[in-house]
Design a protein around this ligand. Structure first.
Ligand code: MN
Length: 232
């Protein structure tokens, strides 16, 4: 087959052992920890379990690498925020997946950052505009290496944390997720047919805050790994 323009490059993440995981789409869960919902002023989500809601980033918004990942500070924001998250990497797809079958779709897990133009997002919320440009800009999905399920198992609990320039900014536990990973997959698969290569960012604990150029970020999830990045 002949294409009229160069075929887009396949975005991928490193997997331990020198292999690569090709990224298809990126889905993100909003307000999945009560303490973060509360700090964002979303009391409804903090008080009870509202149905999960999702937003997306383009697959090629992923930025990763070996060692310290260089992340470019995006244009048109003066308030770039970090959100450290457990990332689920799907090795198989499906629609209307049951909660019991959901873990069977997972290839592995990674530590990620859902970077956000918080000032732009606040304006979007005010005007009931979409979040795409506040959430889905270039290099907005930072991710570390994928740890295969064979190594990590399916972590239901464990510390999730982020340090900026050596200071702890975010700290939580996976067990505090309002919607658990298997429930997220089941719910999302009623909205779209999930496919191998899809990534799901599962939400962030409290402590989100601004970044500036030169900041060095170190994040981790117990049993999954760590992520090192620098804002340039
Ligand atoms: Mn997030």
């Amino acid at each position: 087959m002949s294409f009229v323009i160069p075929v887009p490059h396949v975005t991928s993440l490193p997997v331990a052992g020198g292999l690569r995981f090709p990224v298809r789409r990126i889905f993100c869960v909003g307000r999945n920890y009560a303490d973060h919902a509360r700090e964002m002023g979303a009391i409804d989500q903090a008080e009870g379990r509202e149905p999960p809601f999702f937003f997306s980033k383009p697959g090629d918004a992923v930025v990763s690498g070996e060692g310290q990942v260089a992340v470019t500070y995006p244009p048109l924001t003066a308030n770039l925020h970090h959100e450290v998250e457990l990332v689920v990497a799907l090795g198989a797809g499906g629609e209307n997946v049951t909660v019991d079958a959901a873990n069977g779709l997972i290839f592995g897990y990674a530590v990620g950052l859902d970077l956000t133009r918080r000032d732009m997002q606040a304006k979007a919320k005010e005007k009931a505009h979409p979040w795409d440009m506040s959430k889905g800009f270039d290099q907005s999905a930072v991710a570390g290496a994928i740890c295969p399920v064979a190594v990590s198992g399916h972590p239901a609990g464990g510390r999730i944390w982020l340090k900026v320039n050596g200071q702890v900014r975010q700290e939580g536990d996976l067990s505090a997720m309002l919607w658990k990973v298997d429930e997220i997959i089941a719910n999302l698969s009623t909205l779209v047919r999930l496919e191998a290569g899809d990534l799901i960012y599962t939400g962030t604990p409290a402590g989100v805050g601004p970044l500036v150029r030169g900041d060095v970020l170190e994040g981790g999830v117990d049993g999954v790994g760590t992520l090192l990045a620098r804002i340039v």
